[in-house]
Design a protein around this ligand. Structure first.
Ligand code: PNS
Length: 183
């Protein structure tokens, strides 16, 4: 059975890697599929995320990395996958994941969503928290693979931090301009 593991992976964490390893054991083929989302302002470019995930998963013979845009179900059909793999860390994930799984099933009944739980030690780990901790100067070394930590450290160089802050300001300017237009 072929499955896709869709997500933002901004950045990929040890929790993602744990789930990929588990998924690679139960599926014949697993495609880690990075969403190209023009509406989000990611910390890492899609090509950076792709290269990090490729390096992280190089040791798994049946795992590949790809990018997609549009609906996850359309991508799954295109690559002839019959399952979507998603991780559930805690009850707080459940509502969102259930809604997404049921909607995907409504849109594409032949496609199953399979939930797996990462190791308990990763149950509190998220890309959003990793980004926040790294941005505020905290230690993320045991939360992400070494090469991701290196990329994060490089991003947190003063020059990069300035660039990120500028992007943040521009994005909030854009949002308040569009809010003003709507009202
Ligand atoms: O890592 P994330 O951000 O939790 O992943 C969410 C993702 C990419 C799986 C979800 O946003 C998604 O499937 N987006 C693609 C658009 C889509 O199919 N939307 C309908 C979902 S019911």
């Amino acid at each position: 059975m072929k499955a896709i593991y869709p997500g933002s992976f901004d950045p990929p964490t040890n929790g993602h890697l744990d789930l990929i390893e588990r998924g690679s054991k139960i599926f014949d083929e697993l495609v880690v599929a990075i969403l190209r989302n023009p509406e989000k302002d990611p910390l890492f470019s899609v090509s950076d995320r792709r290269s990090m995930l490729e390096a992280m998963t190089g040791g798994f013979e049946n795992v590949s990395v790809d990018t997609f845009d549009g609906l996850t179900i359309d991508y799954a059909v295109r690559v002839e996958a019959s399952a979507i793999l998603r991780g559930i860390r805690a009850i707080s994930d459940y509502e969102y994941e259930l809604q997404m799984a049921l909607m995907n099933r409504k849109l594409q009944p032949g496609l199953e969503t399979v939930f797996m739980m990462p190791a308990e030690k990763y149950s509190y780990l998220s890309s959003r928290l990793v980004r926040e901790i790294a941005t505020l100067g905290g230690n993320i070394d045991c939360l992400v693979p070494e090469l991701v930590a290196q990329k994060l450290h490089a991003k947190m160089d003063p020059a990069h931090k300035f660039e990120i802050a500028e992007r943040g300001e521009k994005s909030s300017e854009r949002k308040s301009r569009s809010r003003r237009k709507k009202s």
